[in-house]
Write a protein that binds this ligand. Structure first.
Ligand code: FMN
Length: 172
């Protein structure tokens, strides 16, 4: 039977929240994924994680991310999805990093064949919404059936029920 995979990237630690740098014990997308998983208990969850650890200092991190974006880096991931064929729907969560998903998300997207699969993107942000992320994902996986993206204000990750419902609607 076809299944749903919730794949996400999330960065715990220093981040920009409502105008100031704060330490997040858990990243915003991780919090959002918990909500989606509660509504879809039968779905599997895959964390997109890089082998390399990013800088802990927020300002150093954003510089590092900018350089990766400029270099079109494809950072190595710690794990792979076992048998992507079993999934017909992939809910894909990521933060907005300089207007696009972190480069690790592209490593993920370029690692599998998404032909005929539905991808439901959602993006947490601090003001830029989805940015150019949907266009970039479309370019990375033209063979996938991409739904509209859902933008979630990162600072509202713990109370974003309306957006989570939208994601669930798209995933149906
Ligand atoms: C490297 C980096 C770049 C970011 N760039 C943007 C941006 O261009 N626009 C924006 O609205 N938010 C930006 N943010 C804020 C994040 O998108 C936001 O805090 C998000 O909710 C983080 O999700 P996470 O905790 O799951 O990683 C950036 C954060 C980081 C760390």
């Amino acid at each position: 039977m076809a299944k749903t995979l919730i794949a996400f990237y999330s960065h715990a630690g220093e981040n920009y929240v409502d105008g100031s740098v704060r330490f997040l014990k858990r990243g915003n997308n991780e919090v959002i994924v918990d909500k989606i998983k509660s509504a879809l208990p039968e779905a599997d969850v895959f964390r997109i994680e890089t082998v390399k650890k990013y800088k802990e200092d927020y300002y150093e991190l954003i510089e590092e991310a900018k350089q990766e974006l400029r270099a079109k880096a494809r950072p190595e991931l710690t794990d792979t999805v076992k048998d992507m064929d079993q999934y017909d729907t992939i809910i894909l969560g990521y933060p907005n990093w300089w207007g696009v998903p972190p480069m690790a998300v592209f490593t993920f997207l370029e690692s599998y064949n998404f032909a005929g699969k539905k991808i439901v993107p959602f993006c947490s942000h601090e003001g830029s919404g989805l940015g150019g992320s949907i266009r970039q994902i479309k370019m990375a996986v033209p063979e996938a059936n991409l739904t509209a993206g859902v933008a979630i204000h990162g600072a509202a990750a713990s109370h974003c029920d309306r957006e989570v419902n939208l994601i669930l609607q798209h995933a149906k």
